[in-house]
Design a binder for this molecule. Sequence first.
Ligand code: ADP
Length: 176
Amino acid sequence: MKLNLFGVEVEVVQGDIAFQPDVDAVVNAANAYLRPGGGVAGAIHRAAGTGLEEECRPLAPIKPGEAVITGGHNLPNKYVIHCLGPIYGIDEPADELLALCYRNALKLAEENEIVSIAFPAISTGVFGYPLEKAARVALKTVKETVPGLKKVKLIRFVLFDKKAFEVHKKVLQDLI
Ligand code: ADP
């Protein structure tokens, strides 16, 4: 599903964040230490190779809501933007910290003249953020941010499973 908001394509697809060859940047649902780990971070670091971990080391640790940018190494993307989402029930206020991730990632994208960017559903895996609640925060934040974007023209949400994809699709439809 795809729609145009203020000249920016906002798209929801089912897929693997480590296999998005047509976008300039992919977003990593990182851990504070910017280490490989599981889930999205595992997939991104596996595909990028050890050079990514080396580039990340001096940038860590980061705090919930923060984002940092690196090269894509062996990924097909020029950049990786690493965001630390809130751990649900621990990092508060969760909705503001999650929104901050998306805002900070898009700010870095603008600063680096990134035209296309793909996000996973940050915090909805190991960090336990309920899927629909997280989807509402993510898509609402994107909707609020797009009018101010000058460089970014495509924002893609890449959802790993069908359920997450359906939830994001519904939330995006509700928002328009
Ligand atoms: P967090 O620690 O921020 O919760 P996770 O990586 O554990 O991050 O999970 C975030 C979301 O990404 C979950 O919904 C999970 O199902 C999904 N996910 C896991 N692997 C991938 C992948 N390769 N591509 C896209 N999404 C993924």
